[in-house]
Design a protein. Structure first.
Ligand code: NDP
Length: 240
């Protein structure tokens, strides 16, 4: 029987590639988004994958949203916590609002969404959760204390939840992408991006489908022994 998957922020960028790859792998996919109705509708028209709007930073909206998906597609087996934002500013200029928005969305969103699906996965003794972290959560990044803290938190969250899910057949893993060619990176000034690309050993930005490939691996039926890991997909930019 087809697995049911939710991909948060699944209507564009890396999330779109993940939604498509999971659909290709045989899953019934629900893609979520925050507010860009036009992009979401175009995505659904193009792919046939339904799009659902809710804010991952809102715990009640997550619980209600998951209930809607389950009513439409069935019990959720796979959760990909991909939704994320940036609100970059150097520490001295960064406001509490910028800090809170990124922590609540990027890290709080993982908590809220896992809360909504974990009990069902546990009851059914099978689940796959993949959290999209970042190279900047591993290595830090100038002007991103909020983002680096949230993404680093995702890596810790992953390892702790993996321990709680292990005996229940639930794997929890993270992917730490390097710089991927999406809207988020298009917002980086060109001169900064040139310097970043110069530091990537493979000499280019990554492509969204290269992250999706990792998600397909981590959510596969035979990936049950892979848990608590962080898969770095970064062109060799950060190795350890
Ligand atoms: P995009 O900005 O292209 O897309 C973000 C997606 O997340 C959109 O679908 C957006 O919805 C959704 N989203 C944003 N905020 C919320 C929210 N509060 N609730 C629900 N959905 C939300 O991002 P990318 O594809 O570039 O990034 C995807 C993930 O990968 C993020 O977690 C990012 O931090 C991470 N990452 C990206 C890297 C890169 O180089 N691009 C590098 C490392 C990590 P809407 O369309 O409605 O705005």
């Amino acid at each position: 029987m087809a697995r049911v998957a939710i991909v948060t922020g699944g209507t564009r960028g890396i999330g779109e590639a993940i939604s498509l790859a999971l659909q290709d792998a045989g899953a019934k996919v629900a893609a979520t988004y925050a507010g860009d109705d036009g992009r979401a509708q175009a995505f659904t028209d193009r792919t046939g994958i339904p799009a659902y709007k809710w804010d991952v930073a809102d715990p009640e909206a997550c619980a209600e949203g998951v209930a809607r998906v389950e009513a439409d597609l069935g019990a959720v087996d796979i959760l990909v916590n991909n939704a994320g934002i940036t609100r970059d500013a150097t520490f001295l200029k960064q406001s509490y609002a910028q800090w809170k928005a990124v922590i609540d969305t990027n890290l709080g969103g993982c908590f809220n969404m896992a809360k909504a699906v974990f009990p069902g996965m546990r009851a059914r003794q099978w689940g796959r959760i993949v959290n999209i972290g970042s190279i900047n959560g591993q290595a830090g990044q100038y002007g991103q204390v909020n983002y680096a803290a949230a993404k680093s938190g995702i890596h810790g969250f992953t390892k702790a939840l993996a321990q709680e899910g292990a005996r229940a057949g639930i794997t929890v893993n993270a992917i730490a992408p390097g710089y991927i060619d999406t809207d988020m990176v298009a917002a980086v000034p060109e001169e900064v991006l040139d310097k970043i690309v110069a530091k990537i050993p493979v000499g280019r930005l990554g492509q969204a489908h290269e992250i999706a490939r990792g998600v397909v691996f981590l959510t596969a039926e035979d990936a049950g022994f892979v848990t608590g890991s962080t898969l770095s997909i970064n062109g060799g930019q950060h190795m350890y």
